[in-house]
Design a protein around this ligand. Structure first.
Ligand code: AMO
Length: 441
């Protein structure tokens, strides 16, 4: 019988410890990222858990044949850590011997170990299992991890409870045609467009909740901002005085996240040359006023009174940056007809909702707002939209049996990341993007 007590036998040092091992012989595990042959010696760059480690082969101290070592082989290196001021880390590992655990059977179809991958977005995504091994590609998703940790840390501190809501659902929350239908043992079901009903429901349980999880949108168009599966950062909170409380909370969440990654992910930020936004205060403007401002500043005719055109979002960014020096802008009071049935209308003007979007560097990254919490009011709004309240019985339970004034928001993780890194397409910020043409890799 074998007793498993949780001990993993591994004598490899953690790469972060190498700086403390100067003069010592160590073992180090990783993949051979790059071999640069010189005469009599070679640089062997090892891809470890987080960073690249500079190792060197030398005829006088290495006891293996460098020509037999292949890039992308998985190895355990034995070597001595020596101080080397020309190395980025201040040290390097002189390789004595190499234990090869596995070695590629074929030449890689794309070059993945250049500083910058010189590939079209299609090739980059087609070879995702390989291209993700590139130093900068890895840094993007490491940073994205940091963003989620930043949000999670902040929200947990603010006493939000993390939840996991179902992704197979019985009705759509966001309306529109972009819902995936599925056959659920002979019944019709859908992939969740958002955790909307469930996060509201959980406000009745915990008062403040959040979720970071995939959501599904059957987007029929191929744009640089739409994915068919994306990660939604949602929070929902009760006992709000107005929807401005939600905007205050989001401002603090973003500020806290930016500080967190600045502190914890400086390696990735530097590698990706991220231009970090300053968030002290975020200006807020009503939707109708924003439309007029853009029209006046740029002598543009307003074509669609109910929504922004993508170009208008960019122009709004420019004008707000010029006037207020901020790269974010809240836009509030969106027209009721453009917002979902759960949005609360402004009692002073029922044509408008107590809702907002947040734009960052010219792209909508968040939608949020106050929800209807009164049962009669919610049923009446559904009926006025031609909906059948009976189909939403379980959702309406919360309204029927008591809910505090509440609201929340959803932030698209890939959109936020792409704007932070100033990348032109959300696909760059999705590990394995799903779009009109792509369900693989
Ligand atoms: P909405 O539908 O506006 O609101 O979505 C919220 C945020 O999600 C992101 N987003 C997308 N990202 C990538 N691909 C897509 N196809 C896509 N669609 C949306 C955007 C957007 O701002 N339940 C509400 C939120 C709330 O009120 O709490 C909702 O889902 O960044």
């Amino acid at each position: 019988m074998l007793n498993i007590n949780g001990t993993i036998k591994n004598n490899s040092v953690e790469p972060e410890e190498l700086g403390n091992c100067i003069g010592k012989e160590i073992k180090l595990q990783g993949a051979i990222y790059k071999i640069r042959l010189m005469s009599g010696f070679a640089f062997v760059i090892l891809r470890s858990k987080q960073k690249l480690v500079q190792c060197v082969y030398g005829e006088e101290f290495s006891n293996f044949n460098i020509n037999e070592l292949k890039e992308e082989a998985c190895v355990i290196i034995t070597g001595e850590v020596v101080a080397e001021e020309r190395s980025r880390t201040g040290y390097e590992v002189r390789i004595k011997s190499v234990q090869v655990l596995s070695t590629p059977t074929e030449e890689l179809p794309v070059v993945i170990n250049n500083k910058k991958l010189d590939l079209s977005i299609e090739t980059l995504l087609d070879y995702r299992p390989l291209t993700l091994r590139n130093e900068k590609e890895r840094a993007i998703f490491k940073l994205q991890e940091g963003i989620c940790r930043g949000f999670r840390t902040f929200l947990t501190e603010q006493k939000f409870t993390e939840i996991h809501s179902p992704k197979i659902v019985h009705s759509g929350a966001e309306g529109g045609a972009n819902i995936f239908k599925m056959d659920y043992f002979g019944k019709e079901a859908y992939l969740a467009q958002s955790p909307q009903f469930y996060k509201q429901t959980m406000v009745g349980v915990y008062e403040r909740v959040f979720e970071i999880a995939p959501v599904y949108r059957a987007e029929k168009h191929d744009t640089s901002r739409h994915l068919n599966e994306y990660i939604s950062v949602d929070f929902e909170m009760g006992y709000i005085e107005s929807f401005y409380d939600l905007m205050q909370m989001e401002t603090r969440m973003l500020r806290s996240c930016i500080e967190y990654i600045r502190k914890e992910y400086s390696y990735e930020l530097e590698l990706l040359s991220v231009h970090m936004p300053e968030i002290t205060e975020i200006p807020s403007i009503k939707f109708a006023e924003a439309k007029e401002l853009i029209s006046k500043e740029y002598h543009r005719e307003i074509k669609d009174m109910d929504d922004f055109e993508p170009e208008e979002e960019k122009l709004l960014y420019e004008v707000i940056k010029k006037k207020a020096g901020c790269e974010f802008v809240f836009v509030t009071h969106y027209p009721s007809k453009k917002r979902p049935f759960y949005a609360m209308e402004d009692p002073e003007n029922t044509e408008e909702t107590l809702s907002f979007d947040l734009l960052f560097r010219g792209l909508e990254i968040t939608t949020g707002g106050q929800r209807i919490h009164n049962y009669q009011e919610q049923v009446a709004k559904m009926l006025s939209r031609g909906m059948t309240p009976e189909l939403f019985e379980s959702y309406l339970m919360i309204h029927k049996y008591g809910m505090p004034p509440h609201g929340g928001l959803g932030l698209g993780l890939e959109r936020f990341t792409s704007r932070l890194l100033e990348l032109p397409n959300v696909r760059y910020c999705s590990l394995f993007p799903r779009d009109l043409k792509r369900v693989t890799p």
